[in-house]
Design a protein around this ligand. Structure first.
Ligand SMILES: *Cc1c(COP(=O)(O)O)cnc(C)c1O
Length: 413
């Protein structure tokens, strides 16, 4: 019963050790990832995984939920405090299912909603034809301006008034700029739509006060908990000001779309929210943006074209069209050198989402490790050397060694 993993299963244990080494020795630049704390992992690895607790605190379908209730209530209270909302549902298993639950609570199947064009940074759940959102509802898209590569609120408004969607989604996976939620609120009010803010990517920046609060403007917020927020893999849905809407969201999560909650993950969320409420997290959130700006400035100084010419957040999108390399190739050669990032379409990309003309990078992981602006300069240099010499095995080997050395000064765990 109580044997350790290394005794029970050498294979899985071994691969976990390998993965820990990979996380330790490479530069994690994936904008949607982070390193959660040992405290969060302790909660997620706890015997809470054994419990069934369908329902909500005080209203469970199974016995034995005395302590589970307390933990979920802590997570709810902390989430509400962090984001300034009247309601929180912390049971959502993932960002995609949180969006499903919320759309399920706000619309009938077949109704129309609006989100950002997917190739410009929208998420699959914001209307992709292969996703439930595109199959069960009628998505219409707004686009970023071709010149500035930023949201044009007059265009969004025009589109919204023409289309009269029931829901407008704001919040993206690959948009480097701050979103003006006040403008989105005005647009939603004018066309009678709900405003859903999907802050999955930058929730930690909002929680830490490095970006302005969203709850004064949105009707509902959805967010993952594992990106900038630095919690366990999972998500939540928050009704900002309307408790009745919150009850509808709760019903849509359970019994609408999910069964029993992942109590161990909810405990991890409660711990992560506690961490995010501490003053150090405010510094962390601010440093993420300082690092992203430093990295962006250095990349531009080294001759890279950045989508929208910079960043206001944790995220940078590099346009590779003048570098003679695709996003797909860049991702592969960077990985060979120990730089972990992802290919990404850029606005009005002429290449397919599988190939792409861009790469997306972000600073949440490196900032968690304690890196600051001076290390960001080094990181930009590593990227430059590899992208300029994609076929040069010596360059990649040398960069990989230098990165390992840099990483050893900023341990993850
Ligand atoms: C990451 C993300 C999601 C999906 O989260 P999963 O946990 O991967 O399902 C949804 N919306 C946005 C904007 C995201 O960035």
């Amino acid at each position: 019963m109580s044997k350790s993993l290394s005794e029970v299963d050498r294979e899985v244990y071994g691969y976990i050790q390998n993965e820990i080494g990979r996380q330790r020795d490479t530069l994690g630049l994936i904008a949607s990832e982070n390193y959660t704390s040992k405290a969060v992992m302790e909660a997620v690895g706890s015997p809470l995984t054994n419990k069934y607790s369908e329902g909500y605190p005080g209203k469970r379908y199974y016995a034995g939920n005395e302590y589970i209730d307390k933990i979920e209530m802590l997570a709810i209270e902390r989430a509400k405090k962090l984001f300034g909302t009247v309601h929180a549902n912390v049971q959502c298993h993932a960002g995609a299912i949180a969006n499903f639950s919320v759309l399920f609570s706000l619309m009938e199947f077949g109704e129309k909603f609006m989100g950002l064009e997917l190739s410009q940074g929208g998420h699959l759940t914001h209307g992709s034809p292969v996703n439930f959102s595109g199959k069960l509802y009628k998505p219409v898209a707004y686009a970023v301006d071709k010149e500035t590569e930023m949201l044009d609120y007059d265009e969004v408004k025009k589109r919204a008034l023409e289309e009269k969607p029931k829901v407008i989604i704001a919040g993206y996976t690959a948009y480097p700029r701050q979103i003006n939620f006040k403008s989105f609120r005005e647009i939603a009010d004018e066309c009678g739509a709900y405003l859903l803010a999907d802050i999955s990517h930058f929730a930690g920046l909002v929680a830490g006060g490095a970006l302005p609060p969203v709850s004064p403007y949105a009707d509902v917020i959805t967010t993952t908990t594992h990106k900038t927020l630095r919690g366990p893999r999972g998500a939540m849905a928050l009704a900002c000001r309307d408790e009745e809407l919150g009850k509808k969201v709760d019903k849509a999560v359970f019994p609408g779309t999910q069964g029993g909650p992942l109590d161990h993950v909810i405990a991890g969320k409660a711990v992560a929210f506690h961490e995010a409420l501490q003053p150090e997290f405010k510094e962390y959130a601010e440093q993420i943006i300082k690092n992203a700006k430093a990295l962006a400035d250095e990349l531009m100084a080294l001759g890279f074209r950045l989508v929208s010419g910079g960043t206001d957040t944790h995220l940078i999108l590099i346009n590779l069209t003048d570098k003679g390399i695709t996003g797909k190739e860049a991702q592969i050669v960077c990985e060979e050198a120990g730089i972990i990032l992802n290919r990404n379409t850029i606005p009005y990309d002429t290449k397919s989402p599988f190939i792409t003309s861009g790469i997306r990078i972000g600073t949440p992981c490196l900032t968690t490790r304690g890196m600051k602006e001076s290390e960001m300069k080094e990181v930009a240099g590593f990227i430059k050397r590899v992208i300029d010499n994609p076929q040069d095995a010596e360059v990649k080997k040398k960069v990989r060694e230098e990165i390992k050395e840099l990483c050893s000064n900023f341990p993850v765990y």
